[in-house]
Design a binder for this molecule. Sequence first.
Ligand code: DQA
Length: 151
Amino acid sequence: MKRPENTRIHILNGPNLNLLGKREPEIYGARTLADIEADSIALGRDLGLDVALFQSNHEGGIVDQIHDARDVAAGIIINPAAYTHTSIAILDALSMFDGPVIEVHISQVHKRETFRHHSYVSLRADAVIAGCGTHGYTLALHHMAQLLNDA
Ligand code: DQA
């Protein structure tokens, strides 16, 4: 199997995801963002990916993280949280990123309130994973490895 030259993947997380584990566990589960980070780095190692995880409660913070990814990352996995449904700025920033973008939602957003059914980020995302719990990040990393190996 051909190895991609750049194996760096940034996993970006939006507002309130810093409180995973404490935040509405019946919806978002018991795992913390630190658990997801540790799991993702370990899985990345198995997949030959160099994974780094970021989080911001601020729209501009996420835009800055996407800009930073432009210089170093081969792919972005992003859970924009509530900004999914509101942020043209995040969509525009992702549109300037050249590599694969995978959108992740822990909950099944289409089963929830109608305001969660629309995603600006999906206009750019190459794949969308929703409703798989925090396992969605694992699925996203597997798919990212596939996309980069096929590129
Ligand atoms: C979320 C779904 C969003 O609607 C919500 O605002 C979040 C988390 C998810 O992972 O299921 O904060 O992106």
